[in-house]
Design a protein around this ligand. Sequence first.
Ligand code: MN
Ligand code: MN
Length: 471
Amino acid sequence: MSKAEELSKRLSYERKCFWKEASKKEQKSAFDFAKNYKNFLDSCKTERETIDFYAELLGKKGFAEIDGSIKSKKIFRIARAKNAAIAIIGKKPISEGVNLIVSHVDAPRVDLKQNPLYEDGPTKLGMMRTHYYGGVKKYQWMSTPLALHGVIVKNDGEIVKVNIGEDDNDPVFVMPDLLPHLARKEQYTKKIGEAVDAGKMNLVFNSIPFSNDKKTKEAVKLNALNLLHEKYGIIEENFLSAELELVPAGKARDAGLDKSLVLGYGQDDRICAYTSSEAIFDANKNLEKTAIVYLADKEEIGSDGNTGAKSIFILDFISDLLRYNGENGDSTTLRRTLLKSQIISADVNAGINPNFPNVHEAENAVHIGFGVSVTKYTGSGGKSGSNDANAEFNSKIIRIFNQEKVNWQIGALGKVDEGGGGTIAKFMAEYGAEVIDCGPGVLGMHALYELTSKADIYSCYKAYKAFFEKV
Ligand code: MN
Ligand code: MN
């Protein structure tokens, strides 16, 4: 190696490709990790299903409910079937600050409207009206198989869980798009974002009438109600309070000839929910600081609502955790605990898309397969709406990742003034804690099928584990 080469290697920052750097053993670990991750994606397609999954798993992993009678270092709380906090109490007092990783378990989708069911006049098809949730490109959701997930509360208060379209024997649903032959005026003259009007996102639900009796009005709609009543014991009124979500039907898949990538729905942000949970499960048993995983809801619509990250849920949990540990749980102690805490806002970032490289600035963007992204700031325009992590904390994170041989890179969302977006980071920063964004890159974020690298999924897990153990 020449002097210049040696100097360049020592002084220059260069992001590193996981597949070039990692040992064969490490590469196998990444593949093995992704196998379980894909299973997780298949069984957790909605926020409720994700929280249900953890409610069941946590008991098996030896975690005790914070409100229960069993004393344990490993505790959790589930709230409103859409939130979870998972904690391991460390050796130091909790009031000296916690290490918290927060991700979100909701994903862009298409909900059924409150009063969804109708029979279309001319076609006599049974239809469902929808209302999209989060930042979706509406045209992507047309003419693609959809599964219906969610809950319906019956008049006697019983909760019915719905899941139609995932089993091979299940039917699927579709919102039919317009054929290209007749799209000239209706769609091709419009801007892409307006080509599919939200009012046209109606789902074909059924087509056989209840009877041939000519006197029966809306016999196809009646047949739908009858089938639903037979299967679930519900009546039309129960739709008004139900939470029913349409998601892409089918399983997560390996992608790429070398199977190095994962294609699946809802990886934003269940990829971080999974990697942070696995990190706390696998973290060494003698943590110095208390570790907490927080799974939040409603991020895709601004973190509002009583299950969103802006709610007091996590503050209340930490306050109870202080008391549980025999410490003072009053508001002053809670505030000071938060001020001394360190938080990773665990969310995905946009990887450079080879089809649209112009929206990224390559030297500052995330490269797929080059490890987990450490993102100092998000936001838009002049860093508006951004947390912008402090240099001291950002540097500390990088030092730990280097020390623990985590494959990491820097990553901003896109070119300045190209657009922008935010994460939960800024809401967590309101507590006065140190906060930084950290998560894997994704191609086709918010599309029905998002593409990630097994290298980055695994690196993300290692990064979160290092955060709990070493920071
Ligand atoms: Mn996200
Ligand atoms: Mn998102």
